[in-house]
Ligand binder design. Structure first.
Ligand code: AN7
Length: 362
């Protein structure tokens, strides 16, 4: 357990024994991980049935998404092997993270992105960290196909989640939750795109349970955007669409691993619409003070779906069992994608006390 006086050390130093690193591995870290697990009373109240809900706020990682947990391991291992460049396809967050860790390591980074489909904050990050950005006329799935081809060259290391070092690092979020709650939660909900993260959490919970550090494992419940739901429908989606651009993926790389995680954990995969996602994003920001990007809000929209008696969620209990401890991972910061936000705008008034008071409406 992290002592209160101790500063977070980064995923590799904190969980070294559980990661594929040795004393010879250079540690490329930006102090990622150790993100807050925020007790969320209003969410708990909305779920009812004596349930308690926590939000794992992954937007507080160094590049503002959960990708940093896996990237510290993947880039450290790439440097250990003497790689000259890392390469990835991305819907935005993987590229931001790869670019930052490559900069930190002093190696090159090339990111292959679907043209016009990356949230502005994420694109700015890739350029700021000095990555070589290649936009392609195609979607994420096309970009990943090209990256797989590039990866066969000896001078490149792929840092998408098809690289097992990424999954290894992302297990750390499950470790942190178990350490903080004293056990695994009953239900873990999260958004699903390439399905690496749901697989990583399940592996992490499994590892802590086998090591005797957790008595239970959670049901893993994943949510895809309704227009990009290949796992839910059981078939590749050729033209995925959703406002949640991070999970606009039609052919997930970790499809099989995720299917096993959902089956073995007695969890479920379900869908949420773009309207539900945006409503949940706004709700979480205005009721709990947690601002997340649209893809991240899919876990919250999914929780709402599961506790709405008028809906028929895929989650097998139909209604969440009484007294459940629920963790929702929110994967990326709201400022990543300012253009997706549908909040009110402010109209200017005269700079007088009277005008401002009138505008406040008091
Ligand atoms: C905010 O950056 O795939 O199911 O290329 O950015 O592990 O893919 C991002 C995925 C959820 C889905 N939330 O996680 C990429 C990319 C956010 C994300 C996901 C992503 P996976």
């Amino acid at each position: 357990m992290l002592a209160t006086t101790e500063r977070p050390r980064g995923v590799i130093e904190r969980f070294r024994a559980h990661l594929p690193v040795s004393a010879a591995t250079p540690v490329i870290s930006l102090g990622e991980g150790s993100t807050p697990l925020i007790p969320s009373p209003r969410l708990s109240e909305r779920v009812g049935r004596d349930c308690r809900v926590w939000v794992k706020y992954e937007g507080l990682n160094p590049t503002c998404s959960f990708k940093d947990r896996g990237m510290t391991v993947a880039v450290s291992k790439a440097v250990e092997r003497g790689t000259a460049a890392v390469v990835c396809a991305s819907t935005g967050n993987t590229s931001a993270s790869a670019a930052a860790y490559a900069a930190r390591a002093g190696i090159r980074c090339a990111v292959i992105l679907p043209a016009g489909k990356i949230a502005s904050g994420k694109l700015v990050q890739a350029f700021a960290y000095g990555a070589t950005v290649v936009a392609i006329d195609g979607n994420f799935d096309d970009a990943l196909r090209v990256v797989r081809e590039l990866g066969s060259r000896p001078d490149f290391t792929i840092v998408n989640s098809i690289n097992p070092d990424r999954i290894a690092g992302q297990k750390s979020a499950a470790f942190e939750i178990v350490e903080e709650l004293g056990d695994a939660p009953d239900i873990h909900m999260l958004p699903v795109g390439n399905a690496g993260n749901i697989s990583a959490y399940w592996a992490g919970y499994g590892e802590y349970s086998e090591a005797g550090l957790a008595a239970t494992r959670p049901a893993m419940v994943g949510f895809q955007a309704a227009g990009s739901a290949p796992i839910y429908h059981g078939r590749v989606v050729e033209q995925p669409e959703t406002i949640a651009s991070a999970i606009r993926i039609g052919n997930p790389a970790s499809w099989e691993m995720a299917t096993r995680a959902i089956r073995d954990s007695r969890g479920a995969i379900d869908i949420v619409t773009d309207d539900e996602i945006l409503e949940a994003q706004k709700w979480l920001a205005s009721k709990e003070g947690i601002f997340v990007e649209p893809a991240s809000a899919a876990s919250i929209a999914g929780l709402f779906k599961c506790c709405d008696p008028a809906r028929q969620p895929a989650y097998p209990f139909m209604q969440i069992p009484e007294g459940s401890r629920i963790v929702c991972t929110v994967t990326g910061h709201g400022l990543k994608d300012p253009d997706a936000v549908r909040f009110a705008t402010a109209t200017a008034v005269q700079p007088t006390e009277a005008d401002v008071l009138r505008a406040i409406g008091f």
